[in-house]
Write a protein that binds this ligand. Structure first.
Ligand SMILES: [Zn+2]
Length: 307
């Protein structure tokens, strides 16, 4: 691989080998947390009213692929914003902490037992893990969701998402979304193409998370091809399915990015806990990072407060 075109890449990859890719954005995460807090008041009034479908089966609800919903049948931005938000959790590394892990990194590294306890809490509390097509249908048409919906998302292609998270989710019957950074495929401590294909075949959703995790706000010209077009095409070749969903590296986005994502086939995009865009809420769907410090109870409190 040539690094000359991307002088920061060599350094970035060296960092990726030991740290979660999102650690660099600690300050941004702090800002997002503040923005999220401000938004709690606005959104908390809505949370009691999430429409649910009671005993409807996952299969009967999982028919909301964006392609099946005519543009004319999709709600406008104000309607989408007004719907109660579904809690969406974002995970990175799932492994026990080591002496080398910094205080900040531990927000992005969840110890195995802690992860299992969080998933157990969701199962015991009656949560149903939904997938992006269900969320899309709910947001755009008001389609019903299972009771207590939650969405589980995993960023950055870390191998432990396959070796640790996957069996835990399977135990509870949870499906999830994996946002893949394609530069890492097949590298040590990252998932292989075959593993990504297996996750997809098993009913999970594979989303795009750029080629090498560069900040979307800095893209110019050819960057859209390098970071979005080519990696998305690669993921479609690996899975044999269209990729409809994107997660912004570090959760960082700007309005210029949205038409670029639309042009490249994305139907929705995911940020972190900052405020949604009023014109394009589907391209600024909020998630919270489930911190390695959070007990199941803290996670539950955060879900209730943030969404
Ligand atoms: Zn990431």
């Amino acid at each position: 691989m040539k690094f000359t075109k991307y002088p920061l890449l060599a350094a970035a990859l060296a960092t990726l080998a030991t740290l979660p890719a999102c650690t660099e954005t600690k300050s941004a995460a702090g800002t997002e947390a503040a923005a999220a807090t401000a938004e709690i008041a606005a959104d908390s009034a809505e949370t009691a009213n999430t429409p649910t479908a009671g005993n409807a089966t996952a299969a009967s609800l999982n028919n909301g692929s964006p392609a099946t919903i005519p543009a004319g049948k999709r709600a406008d931005a104000a309607t989408i914003i007004a719907r109660p938000q579904v809690p969406i959790l974002c995970y990175h590394q799932i492994r026990d902490w080591t002496a080398k892990d910094s205080k900040g990194a531990k927000d992005y590294i969840i110890p195995v037992a802690q992860f299992k306890a969080q998933m157990q809490m969701l199962a015991d509390s009656g949560y149903h893990a939904i997938l992006p097509d269900q969320l899309y249908a709910y947001l755009t048409t008001g389609a019903p969701l299972p009771s207590k919906p939650v969405m589980l998302t995993f960023d950055d292609t870390d191998l432990d998402q396959f070796t640790v998270a996957r069996p835990t989710l399977e135990k509870h019957g949870f499906k999830a979304v994996y946002f893949i950074m394609t530069v890492s495929l097949g590298r040590p401590r990252y998932m292989s193409k075959a593993q990504v294909k297996q996750l997809s075949d098993e009913g999970n959703v594979i989303g795009s998370h750029t080629w090498d995790h560069h900040n979307v706000k800095k893209y110019q010209g050819q960057d859209w091809v390098t970071q979005i077009e080519k990696p998305t095409k690669q993921l479609e070749e690996i899975t044999g399915k269209k990729v409809n969903y994107f997660a912004y590296p570090f959760g960082l986005w700007n309005q210029e990015a949205i038409p670029e994502l639309k042009k490249r086939g994305m139907d929705a995009a995911f940020i972190l806990a900052e405020k949604r865009d009023q014109q394009d809420p589907l391209y600024t769907i909020r998630r919270i990072i489930a911190s390695g410090y959070w007990s199941p109870r803290t996670l539950h409190n955060s879900m209730v407060q943030s969404f």
